[in-house]
Design a protein around this ligand. Sequence first.
Ligand code: PBG
Length: 329
Amino acid sequence: MEPPVHRPRRLRTTGAMRALVAQTRLSPAQLVLPMFVADGIDQPRPISSMPGVVNHTVDSLRTAAAEAVAAGVGGLMLFGVPAPGDKDATGSCGTAPDGILNRALRTLRADLGDSTVLMADTCLDEFTDHGHCGVLDDTGRVDNDATLEHYRALAVAQARAGAHVVAPSGMMDGQVAAIREALDADGFGDVSILAYTAKYASAFYGPFREAVGSSLEGDRRTYQQDPANRTEAVRELLADLDEGADMVMVKPAMSYLDIVRDVADLSDRPVAAYQISGEYSMICAAAERGWIDREAALDEAVLSIVRAGASIVLTYAATETAVRLRRGE
Ligand code: PBG
């Protein structure tokens, strides 16, 4: 038998060689850390389904945010968790200037200035007593156009509180255009919109619902996308780009890498992907059983998301990943 003509193993012979030819490279600056800040607690509260992730007090949020920024993490995505008694049908504590999310934004903007990119989840589900991402009509359906009015107010309140970026995650039709118009009308022309462009009705959001104390009964299938659909993501993308999205996002990430690739191929703006709660917790749970190596699996997951075409990755492991990247591990 003739020896092989092609020997790709030559480029895998040493660590130095592999480092030289690595095609995908990660940098802390492309990582965004999602964080939860809760009202009415005086100690950080662990989230049992998300090892290492907590509901922060404003104080512990400040410390963790400073640590993330010191590690080189590129941005912070904040979610507000109101006291259960403060939730109502329209999620009004999301817009209230002294609502937990807006208070946290003001505090972090004062602490960190422009040294990081402060992002806010622009959605109603954390604040509504029914747990849906929009307001309901008389029949209990999520009312798209009435919800847009609430998103406009929410986005302006978040911009006023210091968000550099607002991130509408409710998958209402027209949400990007509505928010852009409201921000511009209020003098927030410099505040960017990170659009949740292709957000699927996923089973992997489970732990997040614990994290925000969601009271949702039922599901979000009338507004989030059907996991069976691929080209629908392209339709959502073209609409968001047309409406003025500054960045676009695919979510979840790992089970949707084909969508990440499609969006990356077509978008003329930065593409983010969100490694969501269930993706993170699955890795942690398997690692706790000794079935996989936690750090290696987390790093490989982020690498695969970037290889698929995302230039920005939201991950609950952003700080520890950034520290490892800095150390050159
Ligand atoms: C909605 C929102 C959700 C997540 C981010 N924004 C929950 C949902 O759609 O049910 C999920 C994030 C995660 O699972 O890590 N405001």
